[in-house]
Every structure is written in structure tokens, then in C-alpha cells.
Design a protein around this ligand. Sequence first.
Ligand code: GLU
Length: 494
Amino acid sequence: MTVRTRIAPSPTGDPHVGTAYVALFNLCFARQHGGQFILRIEDTDQARSTDESERDILDALRWLGLEWDEGPDVGGPHGPYRQSERKNDYRAYAEALVEKGHAFYCFRTPDELERIREERKAQGLNPGIKGDLELPDNEVKRRMTAGEPYVIRMKVPDEGVCVIDDMLRGQVEIDWQQVDCQILLKSDGMPTYHLANVVDDHLMAITHVLRGEEWINSAPKHQLLYAYFGWEMPVLCHLPLLRNPDKSKLSKRKNPTSINFYERMGFVPEAVLNYLGRMGWSMPDGREKFSLQEMIDSFDIQRVSLGGPVFDVEKLRWLNGLWLREDLDDQAFVERLQKWWFNRESLEALVPHIRGRAEVFSDVAPMASFMFSGILNLKPEDFAHNKLEEGGVKRVLQFALWKLEAERHWTKDAIFADVKGLAKSMGLKMGDFMFPIFVAIAGTPNSWSVMDSMALLGPDMTRARLRHALQVLGGFSKKETKRVEKEYAALGAD
Ligand code: GLU
């Protein structure tokens, strides 16, 4: 048997460090066994999937030095590797299960289902969506002929226990009662993650599925689907979730989660990969610094420990420092530094803003230092403003952050439209509104257009600086956050 593993990202946002972490472990496992590592794009959620996100994910994984043997960009014998290009195949699989009596057509509307759940709850019954919602054949025919929309749902047992074998956890028991009759095919004819994932893992001959722990509750559905289809199931392994230093699930509120942020900060990919390799895993000799090849050479999945691994940017900085000092000679250091920011393209983008302001070249570095910096060193006093109270300053920063987190087209014009619209709906003059933004982004209100700066700094650094500015000002308590969220919704700025 050839070991085949895969990473199956959904292109719905920034390239997440969690994706890179899971990809790394899949790659190491495959390589250690002389097998193959596949990249598949799971873009069945057409409303949220974008080409930019797919490109960013591929670029970020490549930047880290992770290479796949088959994928949408490199091809391979099991393509296409993008689910949207395989969509015509899934219906037949869902219908085959209906044929065999393992799935059924469901015409219930979301409202109807909600009512059924409520009624069941009131009667003290399991509120799950179960196979008893199936309609008699003649009724199904009648509704189909009438053109009523439907989904296809898989049948699941009402009771009993499902036992899942996990490489790290041994046998995991999950009550069937907790498992709904999962939708396999949506009313628009697109498959859900569960159907597409199982069908593709089978067709792509995946032997081992290493994925995040958040998918463990889906495993019973997948196991049942493999049994319904009569296919051999890949071996499952659920990796522990990455955590913030306070042990909560890694989230961008508390930690930058986009790989692009780490690239923009000037981390080297070797160090980021090394750090991800230490998430729940360790070298047999306890060495902290190791390369991808060294990790592959010593890899043993059983060395993954299940205690939630903490992703701590401070530790990553320390490790990055080791890489810079120990692995880059002067020549390599200069090359990397130039490639990072001091390259012709980056400097050319900066020149239009500097030229009108500098009298001598030695003005350039102080004036533009915030463009080469990471998180700025700010104090609450820096935000003191005669028109806005602290609450107002924090709102401006928070609302701008929310607005810009949703911005998918990172251009000066789009940012300007976002900011202008927000200032207007908050009833603030542009100058007053922009003051805290200037300080957060450039460290001072006296700089060139902050829209240009944000466009050049990119979405990740911009958002990280806005988040940091909020932290410097003490942020909002949980209760305040609720109120501020409501205020933001009331502005209709979304
Ligand atoms: N598309 C899923 C994700 O984005 C893949 C989960 C899996 O590996 O099965 O995480």
C-alpha cells in the first residue's frame, strides 16, 4: 500500500496557520512512509470561496516550503483537484445511496425543521433530524413533479454508539443520538463537505486522513458513508487544535492567524515551519530547532501529544532569531532582507510618498520607518484628541477593524470607500475619524495618506496594528463588546 495523505483547505479566507500546521504533519507522515501528499481545494461553498483565497493559500504553503505531489496547480492522475470542477459527479453518488435505501429526499424547509426540533424538545425527545422525516414514495414523487426544492440526506441510526478508531486517541465513542441525518446534496445540487470529502478521499486513494480535532464529530457520518458505499475507510487521525497562550482556540482576535502576517513581519519560513512542527510534536532528542527534512527523518505520529499546543508569537520570535543568527551568513541575510522589503518594487511603491517630503536622503528612514516595522510601540496618550473621547477613539478603531476585516479587495480605493462610509455613518468629520487610524498605522498623525500606507502595508499588518492600538487603549470588556457590536450593526456599515 502506498501511503497517501492530503490537505483539503476551503478557500474562504486568509491562509491560516492551522492549515499549514495540518499540511506539515500530513507531508511528514507521507514522506516518512515514502508516500504522496495531495492538495485538494474544497470549494463547494460557492458563496464564500474565492480565487484570491485559493491563490493565497497555495502561495503561503509554498512560501513555507511545503510541496505537494498532486494538486490543482501541479495536476496529477486523480484530478481535477478542485471540488467545484468535480461537482457533476457527486449527485450520482448521493442518488445511489437513495437507491440503496441509505439516504432520502427531504423537502422540509428550514422553518419546518426548526418547528419539528422545538416540538421534539418540548416533548423531551431528541431534537435531532432523523430518518423519520422521510416521506412515503408517492409523496416524494408528487413533490418532485411539482418542482419543489429538496435536499438528499443520509440516514443515521437513532440510537447506539458509534466507535471511531483514531491513530492518536484509540477508540472514540460518539452517541448516534447526537448525529443528524446529514445533508449530502444541497437544493442547488452542490454536495456538502461530508459527501464531497468522502467521495474524493476515496477516488483520490487517500489512505490516511490527518486533520484538525474539530472534525472528530463528523467522523461517524464519514464512517457510515464509507460503509454505505462499501469502500475501505482511510485511517483517521485528529490533530490537537492550536491554542492562544490563554489556552482558548487560536483566534485572530488574540493572535494573528494568517501566514501572510508572519511573512510581512519578516519571519523566515524555516522558523515558522519549525515552530509549527513543535505544535504537539517534539524531536526524539528534544532539540528545539530543526529543519523540515530533519523533522521528516525523525517523524513518528505517535509522538504527537494531545495537550492543546500553544501558538505563542513570542516563542516564534525567539526561534526566528535563532534561525537568523545561526543559519544565515551575512550574504544570505542581505539577500533575505532585500527580498523581504528592501527590494526595488517595494521601494518604488514608497517613493511617490517620500519624494514630496524629503529634503535629504537621510530624511527617508525616519519618515518611512513605520513601513519597515512590525507592531508599533504605542502609548495610550498618543491617541489623545480634542474632539474624540477615549470611547470614541476605541469605536473608530474597532469599527474600522471590523470593516477592513471584511474587505476582500485590498486597494487604496476600496479602503478609502470603507473608511469614508464609516465616518459618515458615525457622523464624524473625516479628519477626526482618521486621527486614531493614523496613529495606529503610522504611529503619528503627521504622515502621508494613511490609505496609501494601509494599501502598501497590506491587510494583515493593517489589521494587526488596528488590533494592537485597541489593546493599547485597553480594548472593550465582554459586556461592552456586545453593546459596541450592536452599535456597529445599527450603523448598517456591513
Ligand atoms: N475543507 C475542510 C477544511 O477546510 C477539510 C477538513 C478535512 O480535512 O476533512 O478544513
